[in-house]
Structures are given as C-alpha cells and as structure tokens.
Design a protein around this ligand. Sequence first.
Ligand code: NAD
Ligand code: UD1
Length: 336
Amino acid sequence: MSILVTGGAGFIGSHTCVELLNAGYEIVVLDNFYNSNPESLNRIKKITGKDFKFYEADIRDRAALDKIFKENEIEAVIHFAGLKAVGESCRKPLEYYENNIGGTITLCEAMRDANCKKIVFSSSATVYGCENVSPLTESMKIGGTTNPYGTTKYMIELILQDLYASDNEWSITILRYFNPIGAHESGMIGENPNGIPNNLMPYVTQVAIGKLPQLSVFGDDYDTPDGTGVRDYIHVVDLALGHIKAVEKVLSTKEVNVYNLGTGTGYSVLDIVKAFEKASGKKVNYKIAPRRDGDLATCYSDPSKALNELGWKAERGLDKMCEDSWRWQKNNPNGF
Ligand code: NAD
Ligand code: UD1
C-alpha cells in the first residue's frame, strides 16, 4: 500500500515525501515539473536513503491517473499539485481555475473510480479572506478571497465538502497552511522560486546572497507593533510533519476535517529581517515601500484544533526557520 503524493517535487511536497519515507510509508510521486525540478526527487532519495516510484504526469490527464491507480495500490492521496502565484493568477485566471479546480476534479474522479477515497488537500490561510480577525479559527466563515488563486482554494474546499456530503465513504482532511518558510536542515531541498520571488523569505535570502539589491518592505504604517505586516511563519518541516498526522487521520476515519497548520505566533516583516540577519550573519539591505495591493495587516492562526485532534504542533522557532532557509540558499545559490 502506498500514499500518492501529487506535486511531490515541489517545495512542501518534497519535504513531506522525506517525512513520509522517514515514517516508513511507501510513496508514489506524481508531478509535471511545471514549477519544480527533477533534481528535488534525487535529493529526497539522498536524504532518506530510500527509493520510490515517480510518474511525470499531469493531474488533469485522466488516463495517466488511471494508469497510476491501476499499477499501484494507493491507500490515500496527499494533493499538493497546483499553481500558487497570487499575481500570476490575476493575469491568468482561466489557467488557475483550470489547473487547480479542473485538476482536483479529475483527480477525485479517478480516485472515486479506483475506490481510493482518502485525500489530504493543501488549502491556505487565504480562504479566511479579509474580514476575519486573527487568531483565525477553522469555524470562521471562509470566502471573500481577493484573487483567483485564493478563490481556487476556497472553491476546492466547497467541492470536497459536497463530495463528502454525497458519499460519506470519503475521508477528507483539508489543511490550511499559514506561511511556510525554512528548508530541510540538510540544506539539500528548499524553496526554488522561478524568477524574482513574490514571497518574503526567498526575497530576503536572495538579497542576502547578493542576487537582488534590496528588499522592499511593503508598508510600515499598518496597525501592528512596528507598522509592518504580521504573518504566521511556519517551518516547512513542521508543516510536512503535520501531513503525517493528517494521513493517519484520513486512514483511520471517514470524515471531513479542516485544520490550520500554523504556529499561532505572528512576526512582522522587520522581525524576519532581524532574525534572518542574526541567523546568517549577513546584512539585509531594505527600504520602506508602499503597501502591496491585497495585503492584510495581520494574519495568524489559532492552531489548537490540530493539537487537540491530530496531536500536532509546530516545534521549530523563527531562528531555526531562518538558519535553514539560509543554509539552503547558500548551498544552492541557483536553486536545484
Ligand atoms: P510548488 O509550486 O513548489 O509545488 C507544487 C507542485 O505541483 C510543483 O512541483 C508543480 O510542478 C506541481 N504541479 C502543478 N500543477 C500540476 C499539474 N497540473 N499536474 C501535476 N503537477 C502539477 O508549491 P508549494 O509551495 O509546494 O505548494 C504546494 C501546495 O500547497 C499548493 O497547492 C499550494 O497552493 C499550497 N499552498 C502553498 C503555500 C505556500 O506558501 N507555499 C501556502 C498555502 C498553500
Ligand atoms: C502570500 C499570498 C497568499 C499565499 C501566500 C503563500 C498575497 C497577497 N498573498 O501571502 O495568498 O497563500 O503568499 O504563498 O500575495 N513582503 C514584503 N516585501 C516582499 C514580500 C513580502 O514586505 O518583497 C511582506 C508582505 O507585505 C507581507 C509579508 O511580507 O506582510 C509576507 O508576504 P508573503 O511572503 O508574500 O506572504 P503573504 O502575503 O502572507
């Protein structure tokens, strides 16, 4: 019996593959390398000393999915595959709806027909929209997303809820990630953004290594302790370990459950800059710039439901997140 990991060559997927293999699971990985590199699969093998089956395939390709389910005994699916760039989603909404929503529907159809009805889905804190006040709890109303990427996550959550309502043989765990940063402590796998990064931590590491001249801090006049935006940064290895708990949950129940995966602590942009400078010994050149459209002042989780029901909590602090992000960047200045 294996766990199928869609998008397993990507940032969070690769770290989760490592933890699944370390925990003794057999895995089958599927990716189309749209936003990743085959080398990440070699690195997973090097880190764990274990091998696994890989399919270069697209989740929208029904025949390819049927082949995977036929050739393997898949017990459950962890579904990471998707497009995730907020700005790009505003320019290419059809591609985002088609890939993320169309792909998830095709995947669920193939799962249903193969009688594999256990799925862990990568959602995002973005589904809480801009009305809810942090700390965000799973019972808050979702929706009110401000970009097509966020709307795909919201709509997929609704689709999965409807799927369960139609057939409660399904077992579904929806994970709402906060801001994953850091990297595996080996420095062998990490986040590998194409072009100029949109997210804070990869931008900071590229400034520190001299690839980018200066960080723009988007706004210092928010209603936060130092005026810069506050987020719930979580080490990607803690996030990956949350998936191990989520897999145990989908394997042992026939329910639909939703969990925040965050630390419950918010840090500002300037907190991140300072912590990163301390961890790396490098100066991060920055300037204050105007606010970025669509940004919130503050966003952090209440992670207590995952603790109570999954027995999971994030263990790695901000210093470790920065150290590991820096080791990855330093060892791989041009990515994989
Ligand atoms: P990533 O881009 O590194 O990984 C996604 C992987 O999916 C990539 O390897 C990509 O090649 C693959 N992929 C995309 N479309 C595919 C398709 N149609 N068929 C097969 N493979 C496909 O992103 P990530 O940061 O690892 O994110 C994983 C998941 O978590 C995504 O669904 C993302 O939306 C979600 N998420 C990420 C964050 C974050 O900050 N990184 C936050 C919240 C949610
Ligand atoms: C962004 C997305 C969110 C997505 C998440 C993870 C937006 C509006 N939101 O979240 O939907 O789920 O990434 O991929 O894009 N910052 C700077 N300078 C930079 C980059 C960021 O000051 O160059 C600030 C931001 O204003 C924010 C914080 O750093 O306060 C974190 O930004 P980022 O890493 O982009 O994550 P989010 O905006 O939280």
